[in-house]
Design a protein around this ligand. Sequence first.
Ligand SMILES: [Zn+2]
Length: 111
Amino acid sequence: MGRVFVIELEGPAYTCIECHTHIGVPSDIISKEIEEVFDIHDNDIIYDFSRLFNTFLAENTFYSALHSIFCVGCANIIGIYNISQVDEGGPTTYWAMRKRLHGPEGSDDEV
Ligand SMILES: [Zn+2]
C-alpha cells in the first residue's frame, strides 16, 4: 500500500466527518450558503473554501464540469469543485458540504 501523507493543520480546523482528517480552516472560507447539492439530492449548507487540504479530485460521471472532492483518509466525498467556473475566469473555490465535516473544536453547529 502506498503511504498517505496527511497534513495536520494548526489551530481550529474543519475535519472529515468519517475519519477526522483535517480538511480546511475557518479563515479560508469565502462564503456559506444553502444549496441543493448536485448529485447528492439533498439540501445542505455549502462552504466555499479558497483551498482544502488532504483531498483529491475525481471527475464527476454526470457533470463533466464538476469534479467531486474526496478525503484522502477515507475516500468519502467532501464536496464539489467546479471546473467551468475556473475556465471562465471565475474564482477557484471548493464547495464543501457541511454535513461531511466536523466543525472546529468538534462542533457540528451549522455555522
Ligand atoms: Zn475522511
